[in-house]
Design a protein around this ligand. Sequence first.
Ligand SMILES: C[S@@+](CC[C@H](N)C(=O)[O-])C[C@H]1O[C@@H](n2cnc3c(N)ncnc32)[C@H](O)[C@@H]1O
Length: 188
Amino acid sequence: MDLFSRIAKSYDKIIPPFDLSTILGSITLVEDKPILDLGGGTGRVAVMFESHVNGCILIDRSFEMLSQAKRKSASIMLVQGVGETLPFRKDSIPQIFANDTLHHIKMQNETIEQCSKILSSQGLLIVREFDPKHWRTFFIILFEKILLFGSKFLSPQSLEEMCKKYNFTVEWERLTKSTYLLKAKKIA
Ligand SMILES: C[S@@+](CC[C@H](N)C(=O)[O-])C[C@H]1O[C@@H](n2cnc3c(N)ncnc32)[C@H](O)[C@@H]1O
C-alpha cells in the first residue's frame, strides 16, 4: 500500500486547505461540461468544482483516497487509474485539473501526452504546482524526500516545454512566490 493510501483517512486534516476562489479568476471553465480531476485524491477539490461545472470525474491511483471521496459526494464519478494511461476516449474530455498531483506522477511526459489525447479540441489542462526553483519549495522537496515519495517537481518553464511537445499552447502565472498555475490549451 502506498503512502497516500495509508494516510487517506487523515489526508484532509494534514494538508493545507485548498481555496478554489484564488484560481477561478484565472481560468475560464466550460460550465455546461464536466471536469476531470486528475489525481483528485479525497475529492476535497472536486466537491468545490461541482457548483461551477456540469459534473466531476475524479481519477486517482489510490483506492483508499477514492473511498474518502465517495464519502464526500455521491455525484462525483470515481475512477481508479493512473495519469499515464487515462481510461477515457480520445477527444472526449473538455477540461482537466491537476492540483498538487503532477510531481507525484512518475511518468510525466506520458501523462501530459495522455491528457492531450483525451482532451477535446481547444480543451484545457490546468495544473497547479510548486516551483522547485523557489526556496520555499525546498522544504516540501525535503519533506517528500524523507517520506520517500519519489516526487519530481517541474518548474513552470519545464512544464511549458513538456506541454508544447504534445500539441498544447501554454500560459502560466505565479499564484504565490512558490506556486504556479499553468493553463495548456489543446491545439485544434
Ligand atoms: C498530494 S495528493 C493531491 C490530491 C488532490 N489533488 C488534492 O489537491 O487534494 C496526490 C494524489 O495523486 C495521486 N497519484 C499519485 N500518482 C498518481 C498517478 N500516477 N496517477 C493518478 N494519481 C496519482 C495520489 O494517490 C494522491 O491522491
